[in-house]
Design a protein around this ligand. Structure first.
Ligand code: NAD
Length: 238
């Protein structure tokens, strides 16, 4: 279990040119999330759902990690056992910054992966930036069932939340970067841990910032050095 938990959302990738969800813009504006991100999207709206994720996957190819991803990757490399990098993001910018995929806990799935829809099989394939249909023609080579994006849709269970709960058990510092707090309730976690930092570009109605030990309303790339200093201070303190 980690001494420091770094919990991020779409805001950390905003400066890399990937649009956030609530602030919208880009791809999100052109699709209805209730049509393409719902638990029954693959049953009711398969073609448009696959098209949406194909476009988001392709959109990632030329995106580069920013300074905040880079600093976090360096910290994780320096303190591999003491820091947990947990993200709601489905992009691969922490991995592009140098972290191994297994060292990043992606709560809501991973955009470059597809998953067999047969629950008994459930095999996952990393298809890079390709269309789902171009990966084995869209069908699992093991059992022949169709693929789906390996993304957690609204209304689906999120098995990785157990891992988040496990990591915060003994956490000395909980750092939140770039999330509106609408999906994961960071207020509760801030009340539970000894010390916490909130970094968002602006206040969010879903986050009670008085619950945090330190609040930084600025861009993640402007806040990350101060955050890194606090993390090092905690980790060097014993
Ligand atoms: P959100 O869009 O609801 O909130 C974004 C937050 O980031 C806001 O509070 C905003 O103030 C802050 N922000 C914007 N620019 C910032 C910057 N430069 N520096 C620091 N903070 C900044 O995002 P969310 O809370 O992560 O929830 C959206 C859901 O959609 C998540 O479940 C996520 O899986 C998904 N999503 C993922 C990506 C991605 O993978 N990059 C992108 C969009 C949405």
């Amino acid at each position: 279990m980690a001494r420091v938990v770094l919990f991020s959302g779409a805001g950390i990738s905003a400066e890399s040119g990937i649009s956030t969800f609530r602030e919208s813009g880009g791809l999100w504006d052109r699709y209805d999330v209730n049509v393409v991100c719902n638990y029954d999207s693959m049953q009711k709206n398969e073609a448009i759902t696959i098209e949406f994720y194909d476009k988001r996957r392709a959109d990632l190819e030329d995106k580069e990690p920013n300074y905040a991803h880079d600093v976090i990757a360096d910290l994780k490399e320096k303190y591999p056992d003491d820091i947990a990098v947990i993200t709601q993001n489905v992009d691969n910018l922490f991995e592009k910054a140098g972290l191994k995929h297994e060292d990043v806990i992606h709560l809501h799935g991973f955009m470059t992966e597809v998953r067999c829809q047969n629950q008994q099989c459930n095999k996952i394939f990393d298809i890079g930036y390709k269309s789902l249909y171009d990966a084995h023609n869209g069908f699992c080579p093991r059992c022949g069932t169709g693929f789906r994006p390996n993304i957690v849709f609204f209304g689906e269970a999120v098995p990785m939340y157990e891992e988040l709960n496990r990591q915060i058990q003994d956490c000395e510092l909980f750092v939140v970067i770039g999330t509106s707090g609408n999906v994961v309730g960071v207020n509760t976690i801030a009340q539970y841990v000894q010390r916490s930092i909130l970094n968002n570009y602006e206040p969010s109605p879903a986050i009670e910032d008085a619950l945090f030990s330190k609040v930084l309303y600025k861009k993640a790339t402007d806040a990350i050095e101060e955050i890194a200093e606090e993390i090092e201070a905690v980790l060097e303190s014993r």
